[in-house]
Design a binder for this molecule. Structure first.
Ligand SMILES: *Cc1c(COP(=O)(O)O)cnc(C)c1O
Length: 456
């Protein structure tokens, strides 16, 4: 089945369980706090917006969680995904390193996101829910959830950040084809949206605002739940199917990774990809560097604080201990829309704090440069988000060229860029600005952090 450059698993090798990193962490996660009382939240606090099965997964200490057959049946539409050796890229760089990438771009919506969308739709359906409300930025999550809801026969309502709604029409088309209802956010459908519009009618919208709207929609409708595409523990749990497959595939070709790389927005593709290797690293079985690549215009892991903060702008969500730039942070309009979030996964944040994961930040031009090199050697056009991982992989491979080290570098190819071509046009025309977020602005947003115990 497998040859050296294209390593496939057979459908029967699709993992049967997800891996939960929580029992293997260097210390337990700090609990989410109720935003009103500052006390740890109880599972019942979350039932207005999440089904119990996902709440249980959020706090589970079980290392392995069985993937229901109905979910594996949908996964088989595109999984297992291939692990590919980027031989042409290696040759172009003249590196002695071996570079592999796990190709999550082969899913119908074109990214890793349906791995959790399908699971979340399934557990909501099991709980008797008929509609899911969510937010989306550039549209990857909204399209993945619309796709999943269609396959599981649920309705899907998507609050799409207003500027993307008008500037990125094609993922909106995907959502419509897959039966999703899409509204530009802030909208007049929710009190949060109406309040924001009253204060600032011309706002571009932001992910934090759209989250406030979707949460409110779910909390005020009995038949409707909310779904988040990243950040939360259960989302990263579902994404571990990526790393579990990659681990098997590397074993098939007798490789042990020296460097693992992913791009980080809320941390779900990165966490899902690297967590199955983290326990081996922590137990000393695997000597491997794990690198999370983020944009320097939204430098959550490299410049944010490790503090309790809200997940949304308005302050409706529980407080999570995470790396954050502050919930009032409004990131500049870079093209890697999926990486523009003020916070980060608490699991990834803890591992960064414990120095198990090393974060790096890149401006967008060097990322597009690496993405175009990838497209010109390996063929596939990467999503702007994914280009951050490619930049880091190229830099690691170039270091090997200097030292002569024959490292095995593996990165997660989180998605393709077929709906982001205007970003490539802007890059090719030299119109992309590199934006280093000014430190004063970061300090301003950090000063707005809620005053709660840090837990550290
Ligand atoms: C959404 C998205 C990301 C960022 O989200 P994470 O939760 O950090 O993975 C990265 N790459 C692609 C292609 C995406 O669609």
């Amino acid at each position: 089945m497998s040859d050296k450059f294209h390593i496939n698993l057979s459908p029967s090798e699709l993992p049967e369980r997800w891996y939960n990193v929580q029992p293997d962490l260097p210390e337990p996660l700090a609990p989410p706090l109720n935003p009103k009382t500052g006390q740890p939240i109880k599972p019942e606090d979350l039932t207005p917006i999440f089904p119990m099965e996902l709440i249980k997964q959020e706090v589970s200490q079980e290392r392995w969680i069985v993937i229901p057959d109905a979910i594996r049946d949908v996964y088989r539409l595109w999984r297992p995904t291939p692990l590919k050796r980027a031989r042409n890229l290696e040759l172009a760089l003249g590196t002695p390193a071996r570079i592999y990438y796990k190709d999550e771009s082969v899913s119908p919506p074109g990214s890793h996101k349906p791995n959790t969308a399908v699971a979340q739709a399934y557990y909501n359906k099991q709980a008797g829910i008929t509609r899911i409300a969510t937010e989306t930025g550039a549209g990857q999550w909204g399209s993945a959830l619309s796709f999943a809801c269609k396959l599981l026969d649920l309705k899907c309502t998507v609050y799409m950040v207003k500027v993307s709604y008008y500037q990125k029409p094609f993922r909106k088309s995907l959502m419509h084809i897959w039966g999703g209802e899409v509204y530009p956010s802030p909208s007049d459908r929710t009190e949060s949206g109406r309040n924001i519009l009253a204060r600032n009618p011309d706002t571009n919208g932001s992910l934090g605002m759209a989250i406030s709207e979707a949460v409110e929609d779910a909390a005020t409708h009995e038949d409707t739940n909310y779904s988040l595409g990243s950040v939360l523990n259960h989302v990263l749990l579902h994404q571990t199917i990526v790393g579990l497959e990659a681990k098997k595939q590397l074993e098939l070709v007798g490789e042990k990774p020296h460097v693992l790389i992913g791009c980080v927005g809320g941390g779900s593709n990165f966490g899902g990809f690297c967590f199955p290797f983290v326990s081996d690293k922590l137990s000393g079985k695997l000597d491997c560097e794990i690198i999370g690549a983020e944009p320097s215009s939204c430098p959550t892991l490299t410049k944010g604080l490790y503090r309790y903060d809200f997940g949304d702008t308005v302050g409706l969500t529980p407080l999570l201990l995470m790396h954050t730039l502050g919930h009032t942070f409004e990131p500049p309009g870079i093209h890697a829309g999926g990486l523009r979030y003020h916070g980060d996964s608490p699991l990834v944040s803890l591992l960064v704090d414990k120095k198990v994961i090393r974060p790096v930040a890149y401006p967008q031009n060097p990322c597009f440069e690496a993405a175009v090199l990838f497209a010109n050697t390996e063929g596939t056009i990467p999503a702007p988000e994914t280009s951050h991982a490619i930049r880091a992989a190229v830099d690691e491979a170039l270091k090997c060229k200097e030292t002569g080290e024959e490292k095995c570098i593996v990165f997660n190819f989180s998605g393709h860029g077929h709906f982001d071509l205007n970003a490539y046009d802007a890059y090719m025309e030299g119109k992309l600005e590199d934006y280093e977020y000014p430190d004063e602005k970061i300090q301003e947003a950090l000063a707005q952090l809620p005053k709660f115990p840090t837990g550290i």
